[in-house]
Design a binder for this molecule. Structure first.
Ligand SMILES: [Cu+2]
Length: 207
């Protein structure tokens, strides 16, 4: 997702305002009103990604995304990942901006429709670890890794934060550990996990 560069201070101001607008809109569309007037969150939205190796390794796994709206109007996405066949250790995990895994580089940079602090179209990782798609490390032991976390940085349902934009999204598991690098100008190479070990395209699941 390419976005034009902005003046840094101006960009932050615009982003915060836009974020509040997005929240206000989703709070209207995500809930219905019950008989006693209380707001009732709608049913969960669920997506899955079947995880496959980026090279010839024997990697299998599944990621499940489950979005729940809350009475506050904020969408929370519960994320769980089970994968086997990766090397032991901690692996960076992110939602990337394009639904493509062949090759894994086709998934593009990190999903990050905004709001964001620093925008640089040719180097989208500058906003790491604050991209919408940034998650936490997967710990792999004896070839098996599981991860459960929750994100409010992206949605499955439509809106400006959605992972199901025009070109979809893919989950990438990197070879190395995410050090949550946060630098003003240029990231230390590999600090966001480096090479790509596994990939899965996000697909909405009908309940
Ligand atoms: Cu990544």
């Amino acid at each position: 997702m390419k976005l034009s560069a902005k003046n840094r201070k101006t960009g932050r101001g615009v982003s915060i305002t836009s974020g509040l607008v997005a929240i206000a809109v989703t709070s209207v569309t995500a809930c219905s009103t019950g008989e006693q007037g209380q707001q009732i969150p709608e049913a969960a939205v669920i997506a899955r990604a079947e995880i496959r190796s980026c090279n010839d390794a024997e990697v299998t796994g599944t990621a499940v995304f489950r979005e729940q709206s809350s009475t506050e109007g904020i969408k929370l996405v519960d994320f769980s990942l089970e994968v086997s066949g990766l090397t032991d250790g901690r692996h960076a995990v992110h939602v990337h901006e394009t639904a493509a895994c062949e090759p894994c580089g086709a998934a593009g940079g990190h999903h990050d429709p905004g709001p964001f602090g620093v925008t640089t179209p040719d180097a989208p990782d500058f906003n790491h670890p604050f991209h919408g798609g940034d998650l936490i490390n997967l710990e792999v032991k004896d070839g098996v890794g599981t991860l459960s976390t929750t994100s409010s940085r992206f949605t499955l349902s439509p809106g400006r934060m959605t992972v199901f934009d025009a070109d979809g999204s893919a989950l990438i598991i990197h070879s190395g550990t995410d050090k949550y690098c946060d630098q003003e100008n240029e990231l230390e190479p590999g600090c966001a996990g480096g090479a790509r070990d596994a990939c899965g395209i996000l697909v909405l699941v009908e309940e």
